[in-house]
Design a protein around this ligand. Structure first.
Ligand code: ITT
Ligand code: NA
Length: 200
């Protein structure tokens, strides 16, 4: 069993591979298809962007494709970086640059106002079918010093209340169990069977 995920983010790819291998799936990502185009994320919402990625690649490959659009929503920044999380510090900037910009923007924000959540929208698209959409959030707060070596993106600054550690200090297993992406994959598992029945 193989599932194609329309992502070029190696951090996401690693998490999906860990989660889907438990269900007996082998994960392929766009890192395995270097010839496919980059899908421009012109949408105004996570769902629009996830749809663009999943439906474009499903159309090209003529097979079912899953896509993830996700990001960090910071209350004190009116929801930024949100859908712009991957390019907060500019196009093709490093995770470290994004984290540095986030810390800078929050310099004068006190601890009790540093609340945030990660959001994940997953779209499962198949040629000639209605797409399946699920989403999940992961609440936490933004720390003051990057800590931890695991994960990717904003994980070193995202403090998880139940652990009092950053997401980058959790093991991959601990993160996938409670993260926005982990919860969205669980939700997908629940609705997938029905979708397959309805779309035979
Ligand atoms: P693809 O579109 O190829 O999947 P991307 O990184 O551009 O890769 P998004 O447009 O969905 O994907 O942007 C998601 C960004 O949000 C990601 O680059 C991180 O900066 C951040 N992010 C999402 N999930 C995260 C997580 O679990 N931990 C840390 N940062 C995360
Ligand atoms: Na992207």
């Amino acid at each position: 069993k193989t599932i194609v995920i329309a992502t070029r983010n190696p951090g996401k790819a690693r998490e999906f591979a860990a989660m889907f291998s438990k269900e007996g799936y082998q994960v392929k990502t766009l890192l395995d298809y270097p010839e496919l185009p980059d899908v421009e994320e012109t949408g105004k919402t996570f769902e629009e962007n996830a749809r663009l990625k999943a439906e474009t690649i499903a159309q090209i490959l003529q097979q079912p494709v899953l896509a993830d659009d996700s990001g960090l929503v910071v209350d004190a920044l009116n929801g930024m970086p949100g859908i712009f999380s991957a390019r907060f510090a500019g196009e093709r900037k490093s995770d470290a640059a994004n984290n540095a910009k986030l810390l800078y923007e929050l310099t004068d924000v006190p601890d009790e106002k540093r609340t945030a959540h990660f959001h994940c929208t997953l779209v499962f698209a198949a040629p000639q079918k209605e797409s399946l959409v699920v989403e999940a959030d992961w609440p936490g707060r933004i720390g003051r010093i990057p800590q931890g070596e695991n994960g990717f993106g904003y994980d070193p600054l995202f403090v998880v209340p139940s652990f009092e550690k950053t997401a980058a200090e959790l093991t991959g297993e601990e993160k996938n169990h409670i993260s926005h992406r982990g919860l969205a994959v669980k939700e997908l598992g629940k609705v997938w069977k029905n979708w397959l029945e309805e779309n035979k």
